[in-house]
Design a protein around this ligand. Sequence first.
Ligand code: SF4
Ligand SMILES: [Mg+2]
Length: 412
Amino acid sequence: MTKNNILTKMKMPFCQGCGHGIIVRSIAKALEQLGYGKNDTIIVSDIGCSGLVDPLFDTHSIHGLHGRAPALGVGVSLGLDNPNKKVIVIQGDGGVTIGLQHVLEAARRNIDITLVVMNNLLYGMTGGQISGLSTQKFKEQRHFEVDVPPFDIVKLAHVSGAAYSARATSIKTYTDVMKDAIEVNGFSIVEFSSLCTSYAFKKLDQLQEVIEPPEVFKNERIPVRVHHRDTKSLFDKLDVIDKHFDSKIDSRLGVILAGSAGGGVQSAAKMLATAGMLSGLHATMKGEYPVTVGTGFSVAEVILSRSYVNYTGLEKPDVVIIVSEDGLNKIKGKIKDNDILIIDSSLKTDDFPDAIYVDFNRKAGKRGAALAALAYWMKKSGLMDIESLKKAVSSHKYSRILLDAINAGLEI
Ligand code: SF4
Ligand SMILES: [Mg+2]
């Protein structure tokens, strides 16, 4: 393990006087004092004010959905081969009670993560609403939960099997308690008291009067680890895509491909994005389809660009390709003065007199129409080498069928 500064130089993003900053510094101090470096630490954050921590840590970090950070952290921990790496999950009291089951499962299985709960007794980011850890001693308690006590997250984790569960209420102890938690081989949780200066002050006079006393519980347990993994990781399974072809796309090009579910729209778009990368371009792809399987529209957006694609939205596509009525109905509102509009002949309409109408469905069949239309556009525009599309489909398990569709498009 190397010793590095765990925090970046970024200013704390919290309101003035907010207790979260002290907790962030205590986590960093504990890691540094134990010899963890920036590459030894994976911070997993949740949603809310506590979720603003990612850019503060100069470590690996992942930002999760509300309440789901412990599940993410468990996945990271089980996937790590290196026991010297430390996974620290950070949540607020809102997140920890939204995703309580994830916490209990991680504790029950004694997965090797440290969960930090920044408990400011309320939902800070959304205006001070009460959470599952809010105190009953708040002034002006106007909620029906007035007679319902808060969860005791520390005891809950303990009885669920956590190796170490603690509540820290005095900032003088924060770093030491955090160090104890980090050093545990298994699931550890620390609930830190934090003061929300923006909302909690309206509900209480003194934080010390409403917070529960400090506590520490331990279970002597062996942590769960994954000993044998016989499946490769997603990254291992994927081939590295190198530049093999040239492209005349000199800046950024947006393509919309619209058809029906089961018509190969998404895989055709993926092939286009792959062909783009094989041509040395940056590529993004976004798919949209209804939750129903095999019916309704299927729309895909592909952006090919010489520079990084920082925004993946496609407000004005340059090329629109439509191969079925479902696709036409879904995106016709987006069709304005597009550079190129290519539509299957079966959908001919006076609405788009400048469109190019081609018989893709008849030539390549319903499942091949989208890819045939892409091949047709690539050949007609001359912007990309058609061989890039052929190479993109070559490693697909149905490469023969896909190649037939490409050839059908080229013969038109
Ligand atoms: S709203 Fe409250 S918890 Fe959120 S940053 Fe401000 S003081 Fe801190
Ligand atoms: Mg909170």
